[in-house]
Design a protein around this ligand. Sequence first.
Ligand code: ACM
Length: 456
Amino acid sequence: MSFDSLLPRPVSATPAPGTCPWPSTVDVQAASLPAEGYRLEISPAGIVLHCGDAAGEFYGRQTLRQLVGPDAFRAASLETGLTVPCGVVEDHPRYGWRGCLLDVARHYRTKAEVLRFVDLLAAHKLNVLNLHLTDDQGWRFEVPAYPGLTSVGGWRPSSMAGSGGEQDGRPHGGFYTGDDLREIVAYAAARAITVVPEIDIPGHARAALAAYPSLGTEESYEVWTGWGISTSLLDPSSSTLDFFRAVFDHLLAIFPSPVIALGGDETPGATDEHRKFVRLLAEHLVSRGRTPMGWDEVLDIAGLPPMVIGSWQNEEAGVRAASAGHDVVMCPEQHVYLDHRQSAHPDEPVPVGWVHTLEDVYTYEPALTGPRLRGVQAQVWSEHLDDVRRVDYMAFPRLSAFAEVAWSSGTRDYAEFLPRLREHHLPRLDALGVEYRPLDGPHPWQTRPGVPGRPR
Ligand code: ACM
């Protein structure tokens, strides 16, 4: 392996003659370095890793793993006589928020799958897992005071095949206990990842309405078996507010994240009362010492406390949020939605929305700069990702490209990136057992004939 193979690209990598045998002890030394930064000095005599914080040490070790070679990404090493190239790597990230949203509401992911996803984020030096826990199609977060949220809201009898397609007639569901989530949080923290949980209100809440119809305005609701934007909204009454204050309080007891997400997106027919409801829940989170995060639709709400805004509808929303005094995470659908099709080819499975190629993701550059920009986030919505193999297919290698957008400063050249990815990084993904999309198109078993899509 050589320093040219590193992904994401470090700030600087200066080779020196010789190699260091591996495994080798790593002498970790405290240093004054930028947050999450490290300096790795490799000589034939040994390895010194300078870092200013635990994340820096973690990332230095990830870089070392890349330099050892793909074997270091297996669950057990198969090779002997491995070496590491000598030289010095200096590195720190471009952004403090290098996120990925994982939608576990539309399709439940087992706890083991979530832990594996955390490992994959960590291997790419991403540091935020935005866990989308609730939606119209499922509620995945156990709240002991309201058991119906998961006993009713965690299950649906069927799902739509593709966009606007037939029902598949196959029941689907699942949820996480508080201990499952504490385990995920601790596992992620050990890998320098913060889990930012999301409970989506006042739309995207039909699973909660199905469990407790008094939270809405209709007599009864069903956990949604379709995809799209539901017009069912929570009734913004004081009793609904009390209910969700209690739900968020339970969430806060499990997730130590300084930022807690409350959704706020896609609320057709919302009134001033709905907007006030979102503001009051945002204020509730502030009163508990956390910073609320909302999708950019919440910018229409008057009197919001300072929040983190996920700018997803377009780049302009992030610019507007920053000038209104909010922090911003750029996650525009036009660039970093990894549920969108990866080519215009008819065999491309899960054909949602626009084509976002690997190159589109790699060349993404946020329109917003300055202190309000916390960072960037890729989004893995899961309407059409009904198993872990589809998640692998849609997320990789685009998430590898995104990792470099999030971590590496300076210009990006797709022609420079592509051989580095093909020759050095895809073998790491192979060793990790990731079933990524091959660069020249899906394997035959990765296509999905007959499932209707919505190409734009
Ligand atoms: C979103 O994609 N509705 C945030």
